[in-house]
Design a protein around this ligand. Structure first.
Ligand code: PEP
Ligand code: MN
Length: 338
């Protein structure tokens, strides 16, 4: 950390800052220029997070060197992390994994049909919401425990591991019993109690980016999970809120290479929630693979008109099959596979 002092700083103020740095185990280096005094602090400055030096008398500005997060950062781990979600299903390696299924789990036979269709087309993970965090309290809230049972049945029939959302810290144990991946939805990205709770489990976590979260906030949320001990975190870019109204959200594709530079964690893209329009899902899935995403999450439904949730952004199995053959070629062109 570099601390630039005000031109009129006094010796007493300098010593006060030095004492504070030493108290936190940092080594101060004072550099006295003609006009300014600058203090360089060597050590892990994150320990000073609760002591904002910028408000100390005599301080003009503080420039952090380290990122505010630690475990998620590339500085902490140089190589890409690979999260194994089931036997042979590893996210973050050469293979780009596709998670597909309905927005919400509805009926048992419907779910099995979708699962079989997406598996046949090459999906490796089944998605489906049993606990639905809906914007309106009057919208379908999900089948809850029954939905989890339907997912397990579909897994038995197809062998596909399942990813499903948990919205309440009190439900984590139940969802973890059934799911292979615990999804934290965009609306809960900063539900720190929930993040801490899933952090206590030895189960992969799919953390979706919050509706208006910066990349820094997103990574700090991942840090919450990892700080509790669970390092199996997969990030998911699912669009952020902007002034644009033509799409439900704006897909921030640059987040993929930006995050890859900042963190070792795998990152996938959800073009369904990012756009809210089924006709945009395939082009953005193609773009996501080209941008280097480690996976794609797509909503698929046989009959989107009848879907209880997000029918407008769900693609039919046929379209999904076309998407798979297209992204396969793109993955191949960049040395990856689908
Ligand atoms: C979902 O994937 O079911 C979902 C609700 O997505 P998001 O949290 O990104 O809105
Ligand atoms: Mn949805």
């Amino acid at each position: 950390m570099i601390i630039v002092l005000k031109p009129d700083v006094t010796e007493k103020e300098i010593n006060h800052i030095i004492d504070k740095l030493k108290e936190y185990g940092l080594k101060p280096h004072v550099s006295r220029g003609e006009e300014r005094v600058i203090i360089g602090a060597i050590g892990d400055e994150r320990q000073l997070a609760s002591q904002p030096l910028s408000i100390f008398p005599g301080v003009e500005k503080v420039m952090p060197i380290l990122s505010p997060y630690k475990l998620v950062s590339r500085e902490f781990k140089k190589t890409d992390s690979i999260v194994e979600v089931a036997k042979g299903v590893k996210i973050g390696g050469k293979k780009v994994h596709v998670m597909a299924g309905p927005c919400a789990v509805e009926k048992q036979d419907l779910l099995v049909h979708i699962a079989q269709a997406v598996k046949e087309a090459g999906a490796t993970i089944l998605r489906g919401g049993a606990f639905k965090p809906r914007t309106s309290p009057y919208s379908f809230q999900g089948l809850e425990e029954k939905g989890l049972e339907f997912l397990v049945e579909a897994k038995k029939k197809t062998g596909l591991p399942i990813v499903t959302e948990v919205v309440d810290p009190r439900d984590v144990a139940l969802v973890a019993e059934h799911a292979d991946i615990l999804q934290i939805g965009a609306r809960n990205m900063q539900n720190f109690r929930l993040l801490t709770e899933v952090g206590a489990y030895d189960k992969p976590v799919l953390l979706k980016r919050g509706l208006s979260a910066t990349i820094k906030e997103f990574l700090l949320s991942a840090e919450y999970v990892m700080a509790r001990g669970n390092h199996k975190v997969i990030l998911c870019e699912r669009g952020i809120r902007t002034f644009e109204t033509a799409t439900r959200n704006t897909l921030d594709l640059s987040a993929v290479p930006v995050i890859k530079g900042m963190s070792h964690l795998p990152i996938i893209v959800d073009p369904s929630h990012a756009t809210g329009r089924w006709e945009l899902v395939v082009p953005l899935a193609r773009a996501a693979v080209a941008a280097g995403a480690d996976g794609i999450m797509v909503e698929v439904h046989q009959n989107p008109e009848e879907a209880l949730c997000d029918g407008e952004e769900s693609i039919k199995p046929n379209k999904f099959k076309t998407m798979m053959s297209e992204i396969r070629k793109i993955a191949d062109a960049i040395g990856r596979e689908v």
